[in-house]
Write a protein that binds this ligand. Structure first.
Ligand SMILES: CC(C)(COP(=O)(O)OP(=O)(O)OC[C@H]1O[C@@H](n2cnc3c(N)ncnc32)[C@H](O)[C@@H]1OP(=O)(O)O)[C@@H](O)C(=O)NCCC(=O)NCCS
Length: 198
């Protein structure tokens, strides 16, 4: 049983998350793990939120298995992911099922095979949630991982297998784990790629 003080703390945590979800989300939301109650009871405080979450997770995982980009894009949009025109999503890309509406893929961006876009993460002492934006004409290299709260600019290339934990400005090439910027360029990357995805 929670004490009165713990109940108030839990209520405050639920309110922090709710107001962040309604805000412009310029920074990720970080909720500390607190001993007396589980984080899940803050994230999913009632039965409707449990049902919504599990349905979303199930369908997002299922859609991620579809190999065809156009069908996937249609279904991801229904789940709330913001996807612009001319986007290509390769097979085995995984988009996080927790708050899919926090993911935005701008026009003509290209997600390489097996890459992972995360909107949340749990650690031993906290829970983090944040929007991810991939700018127009950017190519996310195969098997890259993008952390919650990260904005990748326009015309960016990430190397295959990169782990992107911080924002990347427009017109950059970033590689490695953690991804580091190795080049700047002006050439529009997806001009050539669109030839093989249509
Ligand atoms: C990052 C990338 C664009 C660089 O290509 P490039 O400009 O032709 O660069 P190079 O092949 O000349 O490599 C430059 C250096 O970076 C290193 N490098 C290249 N890709 C790397 C990667 N993913 N991770 C770590 N190092 C990498 C190379 O080993 C080389 O190192 P060196 O200078 O010590 O010899 C390319 O390697 C890549 O990863 N492309 C991703 C393509 C992709 O997955 N597209 C979507 C699916 S088709």
């Amino acid at each position: 049983m929670l004490s009165e003080e713990e109940k108030l703390q839990k209520k405050a945590d639920i309110e922090t998350l709710r107001s962040w979800l309604k805000s412009s989300k310029t920074e990720p939301c970080i909720l500390p793990a607190r001993k007396p109650y589980k984080l899940v009871s803050v994230l999913l405080p009632d039965i409707p939120s449990h049902i919504k979450f599990h349905m979303s997770y199930f369908f997002m995982a299922l859609i991620s298995k579809i190999p065809w980009s156009r069908l996937k894009i249609f279904l991801f949009r229904l789940m709330g992911v913001k996807i612009g025109k001319g986007v290509y999503i390769a097979p085995r890309v995984f988009l996080d099922g927790m708050y899919p509406s926090l993911i935005e893929l701008e026009d003509n961006c290209f997600l390489g095979g097996g890459c992972i876009i995360l909107t949340h993460e749990n650690t031993v002492d906290k829970f983090r949630i944040g929007p991810v934006k991939i700018g127009s004409n950017s190519v996310i290299g195969a098997f890259s991982i993008v952390r919650s709260g990260v904005t990748i600019g326009s015309n960016v290339q990430t190397g295959m297998g990169s782990v992107v934990g911080k924002d990347i400005p427009d017109n950059r090439v970033a590689i490695g784990n953690p991804a580091r910027i190795v080049k700047s360029h002006k050439k529009q990357i997806t001009e050539n790629i669109s030839l093989i995805t249509t």
